[in-house]
Design a protein around this ligand. Structure first.
Ligand code: OGA
Ligand code: MN
Length: 300
């Protein structure tokens, strides 16, 4: 970075960098870092909080091993990154999700089912990109895991953008894609949204190439909610979106997280796509993860 544009290097920021780099170890391959040196069952000191924030900014996906958190502790840790998101979507029994809720493959009676109520998670997406202010980060904590599989995959939209041919980058910079809950439900074969859902969250146009508010890096902002491109015919827009998604989710941009008991994992929805993987016997084994989401800002 040109030193003229570098932020004034306060010693607090410099020491957070050092601490972040000794606390977290980068994972092999693309994106992510892990640590087994934190205990989130107690409040963290300010220096450690800064180190975790710095590692999150640098790695976009953090894995904290061996945790055993209740809802309250998970909420307290997540809110270090910003205000906690509420949820509007109604579950099969008509209830709404709590701020800290669980995602599972269980039916109302607590038994594993081959096709869970929410199955759109198995398509590449970034959380709530159909909202004016989509999710900043999503945090999951492994409570019950199948003996094998049940992985979560992440795709690096900064690397995917950087790897595009220059003429494609020129073509897509400045375009907006329309993100729609109704489109997503059709695309993923899910139940259509209610009138209330559509009124609460009408389709919205967001930049196709998003700039990260902290690092200023550009990334592709696409996924299952991206319906079409503003100002382009539906056919041409769909073709472009499918082409970009195929490019962006090649193996070289993807990390597969194999869950371990006690894992706490959180990721930056502003620059990663993610999806669940149905690589276990869903009708037989239980998969239960606690979940909480931090609200983000209007994409720029
Ligand atoms: C989510 C999500 C994927 C998974 O929690 O937003 O998409 O593997 N989860 O459960
Ligand atoms: Mn998700």
């Amino acid at each position: 970075m040109n030193s003229l544009h570098a932020p004034a290097a306060s010693s607090a920021a410099a020491s957070a960098d050092v601490a972040a780099h000794s606390l977290f170890t980068p994972l092999d391959g693309i994106i992510g870092a892990e640590t087994d040196r934190l205990d989130l069952s107690r409040p963290l000191d300010d220096r450690t909080v800064e180190a975790v924030r710095t590692a999150f900014r640098d790695h976009h996906l953090l894995v904290i091993r061996n945790q055993s958190l209740d809802k309250e502790r998970m909420y307290r840790f997540a809110e270090l990154f910003g205000p906690i998101e509420g949820h509007m979507i109604r579950l099969s029994d008509g209830s709404k999700w709590d701020a800290v809720h669980t995602i599972t493959n269980l039916d109302a009676g607590g038994n594993p089912v081959a096709k869970p109520f929410i199955s759109s998670n198995y398509f590449w997406h970034t959380d709530k990109s159909f909202l004016r202010e989509p999710s900043l980060l999503t945090m999951l904590h492994a409570v019950e895991l199948p003996p094998n599989g049940g992985d979560t995959q992440f795709a690096d939209m900064i690397a995917a953008y950087d790897a595009l041919p220059e003429d494609t980058r020129r073509r897509i910079d400045g375009l907006k894609s329309v993100q729609s809950l109704e489109f997503m439900r059709r695309y993923t074969g899910s139940a259509p949204p209610t009138e209330d859902d559509i009124v609460a969250a009408p389709p919205i146009a967001h930049p196709l190439v998003r700039t990260h508010p902290e690092t200023r890096r550009k990334s592709l902002y696409i996924g299952m909610y991206s319906s079409h491109i503003e100002g382009m015919s539906e056919e041409e827009g769909r073709a472009l979106l499918e082409e970009l998604l195929e490019h962006a989710t090649q193996d070289r941009f993807v990390r597969t997280h194999r869950w371990r008991h006690g894992d706490l994992v959180f990721w930056d929805n502003r620059c990663l796509l993610h999806r669940a993987t149905a690589n276990y016997e869903m009708g037989k084994h239980r998969r239960v993860l606690m979940r909480v989401v931090v609200k983000g800002s209007v994409p720029e």
